[in-house]
Ligand binder design. Structure first.
Ligand code: AMP
Length: 375
């Protein structure tokens, strides 16, 4: 025994892998639990393979760990609560409970007087009709639980579509949200330490295709006037949850107003740019927070963009030949719609960044997602 501090992680995907990559230089060791034997974290840490509610696997995970965290937001809340009886578990289980149910999540933000799209619970066919009457069309019908990357939701534009949507989403436990004609999708990442200190990153502008994040721009262009509003939202949420660690909040921007779409109680894909683009990465700050160490500066080092590699790994040499490009691969087999890596681009000016983004996107056959005025 060397007395090294060990962090236990529920989930061993790319987020866990990047947490380990941030924590290893600080002398930490990692153990993680993941159902898949091929988890991207496997070559960096001790893996326990098993389900998140497997008692034996959980006992092995917590053996000799000093603090526990998670990189996957569908860890059963009961498991997080159980672990918290004997171990330090950050972020708190309540944050998981809020984030796992879109209705509870919207009610949480409403309780803080933070604006979200208008919403109503839908538990049977009659309440769908009532919710449409209350909220109007267009609207988005979503499952309350387990929706991600645009799955488990249907946009409703006319009354004629109600029956089909009701059947498609399997009936019970849905939420209807007003459709927000947003100008941009943004996210704010913030971190809260064990002693309650809060730090926020610059707003990020996010572009999705087929429900999957493709491109993030950071700091979000033309967002300086929204930063204080976003920081207030994040700080209120962090404090209300007595949160410790990194929290990501996805936002819609409409006429200079920010509306909360959802939150993720973990490090987040829209924060990957911070590895090279900020003074302290989201991963390093998450580690600092859960360890009770001082937070690092969240300041941006310039203009950054992050291009996700979804289902495709471009020729490595071509990426490395782009000045200011940083390639990250997750040790995953490319499959359609699977995030297998990302490229961060760091430049001094938005104009230079635009060209670099276009070069990476050309390598992966991605549409040019930003209009010329965007950057
Ligand atoms: P979600 O899984 O809730 O993040 O939704 C996936 C995507 O659907 C979002 O990134 C938005 O582009 C879109 N979306 C979700 N909810 C709404 C809404 N209420 N109004 C407009 N677009 C939405």
């Amino acid at each position: 025994m060397t007395g090294a501090t060990t962090v236990g992680v529920l989930g061993g995907g790319q987020l866990g892998r990047m947490l380990a990559l941030a924590g290893l230089p600080l002398g930490l060791r990692f153990r993680f639990l993941d159902p898949s034997p091929d988890a991207p974290m496997r070559h960096l840490a001790t893996q326990i393979t098993g389900a998140y509610d497997d008692r034996d696997a959980l006992a092995k995970l917590v053996d000799s760990v000093d603090v526990l965290t998670y990189e996957f937001e569908n860890v059963p809340v009961a498991v997080a609560e159980q672990l918290a009886r004997t171990h330090l578990v950050f972020p708190p289980a309540r944050a998981l409970a809020v984030a796992q149910d879109r209705l509870v999540e919207k009610q949480f933000f409403r309780s803080l007087a933070i604006e979200s799209p208008p919403f109503a619970a839908v538990d049977d066919r009659a309440s769908l009709t009532a919710a449409v009457r209350q909220i109007g069309l267009p609207a988005v019908l979503k499952t309350r639980r387990l929706g991600y990357d645009g799955k488990g939701q249907v946009v409703l534009r006319s009354d004629a579509e109600l029956d089909g949507a009701w059947q498609a989403l399997g009936g019970a436990h849905l939420i209807l949200e007003g459709f927000v004609p947003f100008r941009h999708e943004l996210s704010i990442l913030a971190v809260r330490s064990r002693d309650g200190a809060v730090a926020t990153y610059p707003l990020v502008e996010n572009h999705h295709r087929d429900g999957v994040l493709r491109l993030s721009l950071a700091p979000a262009p033309d967002s300086a006037h929204l930063q204080a509003q976003a920081e207030a939202i994040a700080t209120q949420a962090l404090n209300a949850l007595s949160y410790v660690g990194v929290l990501a909040i996805e936002l819609f921007e409409m006429d200079g107003r920010l509306l909360v779409n959802e939150m993720a109680p973990r490090v987040h894909n829209s924060g990957h740019w911070t590895i090279e683009g900020a003074q302290t990465s989201q991963f390093a700050n998450h580690i600092r927070a859960i360890m009770g160490w001082p937070l690092g500066s969240t300041e941006a080092r310039g203009c950054a963009a992050m291009v996700n590699l979804v289902g495709i790994i471009p020729p490595m040499i071509d990426v490395l030949n782009i000045q200011g490009a940083y390639l990250h691969l997750y040790d995953k087999e490319p499959r359609p719609n699977r995030k297998v890596g990302h490229v961060t681009l760091l430049r001094d000016s938005a104009e230079e960044l635009k060209h670099a983004v276009a070069r990476v996107q050309a390598l992966i056959g991605e549409q040019h997602l930003t209009s010329p005025g965007d950057l």
